[in-house]
Write a protein that binds this ligand. Structure first.
Ligand SMILES: [Zn+2]
Length: 230
């Protein structure tokens, strides 16, 4: 068999396998079934980005995914709060295992990415560094109908597709802020870098103090097209 024919055979076998999964002929755990709804408690795998993408196209699917997390949220009707800044497939997040300094508007996809980040990235980092979970997040908000800096490109904040996180409060009351602790004690530095690393796994764009002076006091996390981790 030539290489070309072999690849063709592989492709054929793979599509047969996918068809069999889609029709329910073979039993595949939901985590490994591309068509099964996303369960945000499952350990993320190669299919997670695909499922997140699919969920953003279908509000019902996305809300079903959010319902698997411990987030308390309310579905927000599509609207045009300000000219040029439509809100679509979005929710208002009120809290969950972690409380927020204020409730915030988020595209369903951003909310799902946040839930993955909290469960699989942020809390494990807090446990590893401090031996306790994060109880509260301080943030600067999500929705703002504006461009990036003074430029002409629309910010992900203009569609509630970005969240700016400024700090964390642990269960015992210890407060860690990006502004003070990014260059703080060794432990705080380690925690904030772990948090950034985790954010880069779940959000498309993660920007912090290493990116530029405008981000000296927060992590900007968004689900836009650009993949940046700085
Ligand atoms: Zn931001």
């Amino acid at each position: 068999m030539t290489v070309g024919r072999f690849l063709l055979f592989l492709l054929f076998a793979a599509s047969l396998g996918l068809a069999a999964i889609a029709r329910g002929w073979v039993d595949v755990p939901p985590r490994f079934n591309p068509w099964a709804p996303l369960d945000l408690r499952d350990t993320p795998n190669l299919l997670t980005p695909f499922k997140l993408h699919r969920a953003q196209q279908e509000p019902a699917l996305c809300q079903a995914a959010l319902a698997t997390s411990d987030l308390r949220f309310a579905v927000v009707a599509d609207s045009l709060p300000e000219p040029d800044c439509p809100i679509e497939n979005s929710v208002r997040i009120r809290g969950g295992e972690v409380a927020f300094s204020a409730s915030f508007l988020a595209t369903c996809r951003l909310a799902a990415a946040y839930a993955l980040f909290e469960h699989h990235g942020l809390q494990p980092a807090a446990q590893a560094v401090y031996g306790q979970p994060v109880a509260r997040i301080e943030h600067f908000g999500s929705f703002a109908c504006r461009n990036i800096g003074s430029g002409s490109r629309r910010s992900q904040h203009a569609s509630a597709n970005a969240l700016d996180i400024a700090g964390f409060r642990l269960e015992d009351g210890t407060r860690i802020t990006v502004a003070r602790d990014w260059s703080g004690s060794e432990r705080e530095q380690r925690f904030l870098r772990e948090v950034r690393k985790a954010a880069c796994r779940f959000f498309n764009t993660t920007l912090g103090p290493d990116y530029n002076a405008a981000h000296h006091d927060h992590f900007h996390l968004d689900m836009g097209r650009a993949r940046i981790c700085r």
